[in-house]
Design a protein around this ligand. Structure first.
Ligand code: TYD
Length: 207
């Protein structure tokens, strides 16, 4: 049996990690083998991305976009493709859609039209990365996301400023509805409610 790829997306603070943990537990209880993974990865390029995010100088739009591409290629080759070939359910905390939304939100700096830049990033990624079989988008308003992020830690990194997150959320909402298997979740609901509804919808897709 061929495995499947489920990607979780949303702005920072939307609660992806909690839902991924609960979904993985549910699916394992049903007897599935589940591989939980994330981007940016802990590999060589992912480390560079994190170092840059923690410094005060954000990388140039081009350099940032390229590092995510390199990280994703490595992620697919070393982790996602082999797990899918073994018939596992791969759940990735972020995937190519984050590049379309986050790097696509930097249109001001590049002087590009937002939709054109997003499309370019999508095409660049799709040249080597398959579409996720299921895309779960956790939708949350930016102010709630920011209060959740700041309650959890001291400082916010370069990806998380309010103006940036507004653009990222707009970017996500421009293309998520176009995905053939997108599940949109209202991330304001209690975690158990979200988990139950998500599990129902995903179970439906697995049958
Ligand atoms: P995040 O999921 O928040 O990782 P962690 O919780 O380990 O810090 O990802 C870090 C940031 O990377 C997040 O703000 C979104 C950003 N990002 C991109 O800008 N482009 C991408 O392609 C990906 C995968 C992530």
């Amino acid at each position: 049996m061929k495995g499947i790829l489920i990607a979780f997306e949303g702005i920072d603070g939307a609660g992806k990690s909690t839902q991924i943990r609960m979904l993985a537990e549910h699916l394992r209880a049903l007897g599935h083998t589940v591989c939980v993974t994330a981007e940016p990865t802990k590999g060589q390029f992912g480390q560079k991305i994190r170092e840059a995010a923690n410094s005060h100088h954000r990388l140039s739009p081009e350099a940032e976009r390229e590092l995510f591409v390199l990280d994703r290629r490595e992620h697919l080759e070393t982790c996602i493709f082999p797990a899918i070939a073994r018939g596992e359910i791969v759940i990735s905390d972020r995937y190519l859609y984050s590049s379309v939304a986050y790097q696509g939100a930097r249109y001001d700096e590049t002087g590009a039209d937002p939709a054109t830049l997003q499309h370019e990033i999508y095409v660049q990624n799709r040249a080597f990365a398959p579409e996720a079989d299921i895309l779960v988008y956790m939708k949350l308003d930016v102010d709630t996301a920011i209060s959740r992020i700041s309650a959890g830690r001291q400082s916010m990194d370069a990806f998380e400023t309010r103006n940036n997150l507004i653009k990222v959320a707009e970017a996500f909402e421009r293309f998520i509805p176009k995905h053939p298997h997108a599940i949109v979740i209202d991330a304001m609901q209690p975690p158990e409610v979200i988990a139950a509804s998500l599990f129902d919808q995903i179970r439906g897709c697995l049958e």
